[in-house]
Design a protein around this ligand. Structure first.
Ligand code: ME8
Length: 521
């Protein structure tokens, strides 16, 4: 049986429509899922929506709707944007689904039985936008406003159930120490460790049900209380795998525990604490294995400033759709993961978008494919000539080998940058090889026929490797491009087998490519 690979995105709040931030994490997850599928792993890719909590109750009230009505109206926007961006998830979980709610209750019941939960009273500050408890000192440091959206914090005091978080912190610290890849990038790991060492308190994990109008998951031991939205939400990563088993159809659907623990939880940096501290401690208290990696990516600004609807620089769903119409959805997918190293903050600018499109896609990959297929159809009637490789071909073959050697390791580390750099090194080296060897001149001399064949064969092999490795990022264009180079089925096997040199057999049918990515003015 092949090795599994389980990747998740955060589940998104349904108080508002999706934007660039949501698309960023989801595209990254899709790229990982497509890569590992192509590499032959048994992949499970989970995304979904976070539908409970005070934030949703209030958003629904403001819109004059009930929370379920709001959830039912917004969740399809996420699903349709994912379809538009060619996201191939395996499961979309909504936290208001019975399969999830019932398993959250089963999880909390186990925690109660294991004496991990006790009744106390919460007095303090709450950030409703983030659904986050804020300590007195952090609240004071930020003038009692949310550090994320600047809105006033809310004071509340009520009886609440607490999870014995403090008990698990030493074990968590030991786990982080023993597993350097557990929290990535490493700068983020250091932040979490420093904050943990300052000390934490037990975690309030319930709110009074009456304050939420009954929306949410009732505490199984005391239905006057509702499970805190973050405990509910974090649990989705394991409830979606069919754990705990509760005797419904989902127990079998994804194969009990086959995919748990997750290989990577992809998240934004603002929600790292929940994922790197609360979630692993809850899992330890349940006796479950921990996810292998929690990767926190950076945030996007737009045209140099924080994104805001009032500033007019918000990259909304409508803006994303416009970019996809003008440049193609593959270009949007590519740009987000190419522009900044995953983990760092990035700035979105229309000018950079166009420049990258023109220089790397139109003039780089697109041009290489047209030159290669054009010459093969002109000089060899569209039949791939044989090659007798020599010293001149070595840099091209070396760049292809380097890409193939580092690809899986780069994807394991979510290092899209390193992976794409290696692709563009191969594109660059091959375009330069054409300039240096000047096949269009050799074509005029019949005695150079064999040499010309070698050069064009080498170019075709290189561009085939480029397209195979670009497929997870640019599935439409790679598919069309491979179509000109004998079609996807011209080479058999998994991704690594398909890219071992030389992939294409002499005699393969090559067709002159239409411009895949025309230059934009
Ligand atoms: O936090 N750039 O949901 P959410 C990059 N429901 N990423 C951004 C961004 C930006 N400008 N703005 C937001 C939640 N994000 C919870 C998650 S998971 C168990 C529960 C990212 O809809 C942000 O970092 O508020 C987060 O990862 C994601 O959008 C979802 O945010």
């Amino acid at each position: 049986m092949s090795k599994t690979y389980y990747v998740t995105t955060p589940i998104y709040y349904i108080n508002d429509a999706p934007h660039i931030g949501h698309s960023y994490t989801t595209i990254a997850a899709d790229v990982l899922a497509r890569f590992f599928r192509a590499a032959g792993r048994d992949v499970h890719f989970l995304t979904g929506t976070d539908e409970h909590g005070i934030k949703i109750v209030k958003a629904a009230e403001e819109k004059g709707m009930g929370p379920r009505e709001l959830a039912d109206s917004i969740a399809p926007h996420f699903q349709s944007l994912w379809a538009d961006l060619n996201i191939l998830y395996d499961d979309f979980i909504r936290t208001s689904e019975p399969r999830h709610e019932q398993r959250v209750q089963a999880i909390v019941k186990q925690l109660v039985e294991r004496d991990e939960i006790y009744l106390g009273s919460y007095q303090g500050w709450y950030d409703e936008g983030q659904e986050e408890f804020v300590t007195e000192s952090a609240a004071r440091d930020n003038e009692f406003k949310s550090a994320i959206n600047g809105k006033p914090l809310v004071r509340f005091g009520e009886p609440s159930y607490f999870f014995r978080l403090t008990k698990w912190v030493p074990k968590l610290l030991a786990h982080i120490e023993a597993n350097p890849g557990f929290i990535a990038p490493s700068s983020r790991r250091n932040e979490v460790v420093s904050k943990l060492k300052l000390g934490v308190e037990d975690l309030s994990i319930s709110r009074l049900a009456e304050k939420l109008g009954g929306w949410g998951v009732p505490m199984p031991n005391d239905p006057a209380h509702t499970v805190y939205v973050w405990v509910d939400a974090l649990s989705n990563y394991i409830t979606a795998t069919g754990w705990p088993s509760i005797g419904d159809e989902w127990d079998q659907k994804v194969g009990d525990k086959k995919f748990w623990p997750a290989d990577v939880h992809l998240i934004g940096k603002d929600i790292l604490w929940f994922h790197a501290v609360y979630w692993p401690c809850i899992l330890m208290a349940l006796g479950q294995p921990l996810p292998k990696c929690i990767f926190a990516h950076g945030w996007w600004t737009s045209e140099g400033r924080k994104m805001s609807k009032s500033l007019g620089n918000f990259i909304s769903r409508e803006v994303i759709e416009k970019l996809c119409v003008e440049y193609g959805r593959d270009a949007y997918r590519y740009f987000l993961l190419r522009e900044v190293p995953f983990g760092a903050d990035g700035d979105f600018s229309f000018e950079n978008f166009k420049n990258r499109y023109n220089s790397e896609l139109a003039n780089g990959v697109g041009n290489l494919l047209s030159r290669t297929t054009n010459m093969i159809s002109r000089y060899f009637d569209g039949v791939l000539p044989a090659a007798t490789a020599g010293d001149m071909e070595r840099p091209v073959m070396a760049a292809a080998a380097e890409l193939r050697d580092l690809a899986a390791g780069a994807m394991e580390k979510c290092d899209f940058h390193q992976y794409l750099e290696a692709i563009f090194r191969l594109v660059y080296v091959t375009n330069r090889y054409i300039d240096d060897t000047e096949p269009f001149k050799l074509a005029k001399d019949d005695s150079q026929r064999q040499r010309l064949g070698t050069i064009l064969n080498t170019c075709a092999q290189a561009v085939r490797v480029v397209l195979e490795f670009l497929e997870p990022f640019m599935p439409d264009l790679a598919g069309r491009g491979l179509g000109y180079l004998g079609g996807p089925a011209a080479v058999q096997g998994n991704l690594l087998e398909r890219t071992s040199w030389p992939a294409l057999a002499a005699g393969t049918r090559i067709t002159k490519a239409e411009p895949l990515m025309p230059r934009k003015q």
